[in-house]
Design a protein around this ligand. Structure first.
Ligand code: ZN
Ligand code: ZN
Length: 451
């Protein structure tokens, strides 16, 4: 902190006291680097090289400054071309809403964060405009930033985001995200840490944002650093009980399906069954939306009725968000999800009759090893050759061969392949797997014992 001002420097230069002017301007610039200060410094130094160095510092602060550029040219230095004013602003038309799934985000502008100077106590400084305190020259501390209230908001026009602010690793000054060398100390900013961002805050559409309580947040953060991690809130005991029961139930189900033991059984009897499934051509009632009615439907009656419902967009539910961008600004956006209501859908519904082949009956022959194998006589109505109401046709054949086992006190029936059944003898021993829980035989494992 110095009490000197640029006026004092100017006065010293006016007296021709360059040495004093140099000392004073050095102190002033350490606090508050300004173009004007560096211009005076260029007059106060002794050599041409020093003057050029001062003018180049000024140029860093304001690359387009005409006075600085003119003086550099006078000293025989061609200043670098004026950088194009921040690339592609001019978003004169508001950005189009961004739609992700059911959520639409509407841009509501970019505003300055506020900050308080922790050295001199100046309040409500602008996060983007004031990288340094205009009162005392101290650097902005991003930890001292806060969201303004709705009434305090200062809009940033045509904002171009150049990355989060950096903290100069050498002098700890706050620098814009695209600065390569510290404007205060000249140190390279490649290793610089980025300014921490505040967490996003949200409110309903008919509420206002208050000014964020920076003191309270800093206090909470300071406590959070010392306080032990909060203990995870335990679930009530019965939740664990239910989980345990479910796990036990699944375990038991798996156990009953897969847990098996081997059993030996002796053949007590043989059974076979041969069956033929039969369809009948029948009048079948049906009901559907008339446009998808079968073409051969008859006895049709129509009615207009509700056949379902559909979701119809019915406005949006919105909330307002403020998102810290880390460069001294925050973005405000309206986030909306589409609301739906159900609307009944009406259509013509037809009741009708169609003639279709439908499963009707099964013809079956059964017997033992002493009975000759034979298919049943299906005795099809209309002889199976006609498609008229009441006529019949075959739709499939099935045959099963069952061995009946004794295993100690227990009895098991197993359907097996014909060869196995045909070659088996009475009292012959077979092994097979049996489920431990339900005592059900796994008939795919039947094989002659000792084979
Ligand atoms: Zn200050
Ligand atoms: Zn620095």
């Amino acid at each position: 902190m110095t009490d000197y001002t640029l006026e004092d420097v100017r006065a010293a230069l006016g007296r021709g006291d360059k040495a004093t002017a140099r000392q004073m301007v050095d102190l002033v610039l350490k606090d508050t680097p300004t173009v004007e200060g560096w211009l005076l410094a260029a007059q106060a130094v002794e050599t041409r090289d020093d003057a050029i160095a001062c003018l180049q510092m000024a140029l860093r602060l304001d690359p387009a400054n005409a006075e600085v550029r003119a003086q550099l040219q006078q000293l025989g230095v061609t200043p670098p071309p004026v950088p194009a004013p921040e690339a592609v602003p001019a978003p004169s038309t508001p950005p189009a809403p961004v739609r992700v799934g059911e959520t639409t985000t509407y841009d509501e502008g970019v505003y300055e964060m506020l900050w308080d100077c922790k050295f001199c106590g100046t309040e409500k400084l602008l996060g983007k405009t004031h990288k340094f305190c205009p009162t005392c020259g101290a650097t902005q501390d991003p930890e001292w930033r806060y969201f303004p209230s709705d009434d305090e908001k200062v809009a940033v026009k045509d904002h171009v985001f150049v990355g989060e602010d950096k903290m100069c690793p050498s002098c700890n000054s706050l620098m814009a995200g695209n600065v390569e060398f510290c404007t205060r100390c000249g140190a390279p900013q490649t290793e610089a840490a980025r300014a921490k961002k505040l967490s996003t805050r949200t409110r309903g559409m008919n509420e206002k944002f208050d000014r964020e309580d920076r003191d309270a947040r800093q206090l909470a953060e300071a406590r959070g650093l010392n306080a032990p991690a909060p203990k995870a809130k335990g679930r009530p005991w019965w939740v664990y009980g239910i989980i345990l029961l479910v796990v036990a139930g699944i375990g038991f189900a798996l156990f009953s399906i897969f847990a098996k033991r081997e059993t030996v059984g002796t053949v007590q009897a043989f059974e076979w069954e041969r069956s033929i499934s039969i369809d009948a051509f029948s009048a079948v009632p049906g009901r559907s939306v008339c446009t998808s009615m079968p073409v051969d439907a008859y006895s049709v009656s129509r009615s207009y009725e509700q056949v379902g419902s559909r979701s119809v967009p019915d406005g949006e539910d919105c909330s307002m968000q403020q998102i810290d961008q880390g460069d001294g600004t925050f973005r405000q956006q309206r986030v909306c999800t589409t609301r739906y209501r159900q609307e009944p859908v009406y259509d013509y519904v037809c009741s009708y009759v169609v003639n279709r082949w439908t499963p009707s009956r099964t013809a079956r022959n059964t017997g033992t090893k002493e009975t000759a194998l034979s298919w049943p006589d299906p005795a099809l109505a209309c002889g199976g050759g006609a498609t008229r109401l009441g006529c019949e046709r075959e739709s499939g054949r099935n045959e099963t061969y069952t061995l009946k086992f004794n295993a100690g006190e227990k009895r098991y029936d197993c359907a097996v392949p014909f060869n196995l059944w045909d070659n088996a003898r009475l009292e012959q021993a077979f092994t097979f797997q049996v489920g431990i829980v339900f005592d059900n035989p796994d008939c795919s494992t039947v094989q002659p014992a000792g084979g």
